[in-house]
Design a binder for this molecule. Structure first.
Ligand SMILES: Cc1ncc(COP(=O)(O)O)c(C=O)c1O
Length: 425
């Protein structure tokens, strides 16, 4: 299965190996911004680092030293890592607006107290935020995060989804109070419609993708994502040095935040970074091949709904073109086997000895990992590379490799999950 998979690989010859983290990237990505996001998000009620799982039986079977899986299924109860980005950007936007209009800094707690009716003194800020509408396009997870942030901090929310987004994902955003507008086209068109409609007073785009003239909010979103790398670095066993990271790309925001974080933190000692995408939506791969941001036309929707993007994020590409080592595309056929492998992985263990908080495994009777369709692309690319002798050599994967993969979502659409995985015993 993995050895026969139609996997494409592009080695990024523009990658800067030994250069220090460039000054030109610091405005948009910095460890200082990560630290700020960690300080902020770790004060939110419901915050808990997600677990890091060691997939040792899989690593042994595929001939690498270790594979660590950062399991984002439990993130803030929203099911994906996106909970770190959109909601954080909503808070920052509201804080900026209040500061601009009233000259005062309010905390997340102040705004939450107002929305829950607990703090009458915050009413004047609450009235201000209640007249703000945050607008975004999504294929599910980012919109859920923005809708949750809007509900939590007291503003309105309007979300654009494309034709292929599942009804259950739309309903999850509506349940958080968002107005959901379905458009006829694909994800890239929904981004354009959201940006066009948001030109009204009091409406603000809170997008996870960046385009010319729109960078500040996406850079905040990506700073939020980097919290998961901060956690992972603390959870990894102290005696290991990561050699590889496999991360999936939609518009590239997550991959760029991971790449920038590792570059600034570890310099030339950073692990090799491979960006995995669906073959049906390979805008990052094509951008690497053409050595410039390149649009692809989505002719078929991939099963990896969160990765179904044809246009790269401007900010993300500014990092990835010089920070990513490898670009890999995988076929949809690898997704269900990876999800099943994780679901049935009875011998996995938590890698993070320091993280002793109990996790809710009630959805995983076999102690496996519940991974959604978009969560497994990085793992699938890693396993396909390990199962292909020439690719294994090209990627320098061997029994000494210490690999991190990012399991970016849980079962964010349970019906699709069950269809792909079947009953877990
Ligand atoms: C579960 C999941 N993983 C990965 C990604 C990719 O993130 P990005 O679009 O920032 O590349 C997404 C995007 O929505 C997602 O939902």
């Amino acid at each position: 299965m993995f050895g026969d998979a139609q996997v494409k690989h592009h080695l990024n010859r523009r990658r800067l190996h030994v250069a220090p983290y460039p000054q030109s990237l610091r405005n948009n990505f910095s460890l200082a911004a990560t630290e700020h996001a960690v300080r902020e998000l770790s004060t939110w009620s419901g915050y808990q680092p997600t677990r890091l799982v060691s997939l040792h039986p899989i690593a042994a079977e595929f001939g690498v030293g270790a594979i660590y899986y950062k399991d984002e299924a439990s993130r803030f109860g929203l099911g994906s890592f996106k909970a770190l980005g959109g909601a954080y950007a909503v808070l920052r936007l509201l804080q900026q607006q209040i500061f601009a209009q009233r000259g005062e800094h309010v905390s997340a707690r102040d705004l939450e107290n107002w929305t829950s009716g607990e703090l009458a003194e915050c009413a004047e800020f609450g009235e201000l935020t209640a007249n703000i509408t945050v607008v975004t396009a999504t294929d599910g997870n980012h919109g859920r995060s923005v809708a949750w942030g809007a509900a939590r901090f007291g503003c309105r929310c309007r979300i654009y989804i494309h034709a292929a987004v599942s009804e259950r994902r739309a309903a999850a955003m509506q349940a958080l109070g968002a107005e959901v507008v379905r458009i006829a086209g694909n994800y890239d068109e929904s981004v354009r419609v959201a940006a066009r409609d948001a030109k009204r007073p009091g409406w603000y785009v809170v997008s996870d993708t960046s385009y010319p003239g729109y960078t500040e909010v996406p850079s905040t979103v990506m700073a939020g994502y980097s919290v998961l790398m901060h956690e992972a670095m603390q959870q990894l066993p102290r005696d290991i040095q990561l050699t590889h990271v496999f991360v999936q790309g939609g518009v590239g925001g997550l991959a760029a935040s991971v790449a920038a974080y590792l570059w600034e933190k570890l310099g030339a000692e950073r692990p090799r970074l491979a960006v995995a995408e669906p073959a049906f939506a390979d805008c990052l791969f094509q951008s690497a091949v053409h050595e410039r941001a390149t649009k692809v036309c989505l002719t078929e929707e991939t099963i990896m709904a969160g990765l179904s993007c044809g246009e790269v994020s401007k900010l993300a590409w500014e990092v990835l073109h010089m920070a990513a080592d490898d670009f890999i595309t995988i076929p949809d056929a690898l997704v269900a086997p990876c999800m099943r492998m994780l679901a049935h992985g009875k011998f996995f263990s938590n890698a993070d000895a320091h993280n002793t908080e109990p996790h809710d495994d009630s959805a995983n009777p076999g102690n496996g990992v519940e991974a959604g369709e978009s969560a497994v692309a990085g793992l699938a690319a890693c396993l396909a590379a390990c199962a292909n002798p020439s690719l294994k050599v090209a990627l320098d994967l061997n029994r000494h490799s210490q690999v991190l993969v990012l399991g970016t979502e849980g079962a964010t659409d349970r019906e699709i999950y069950q269809k792909l995985v079947g009953e877990v015993t």
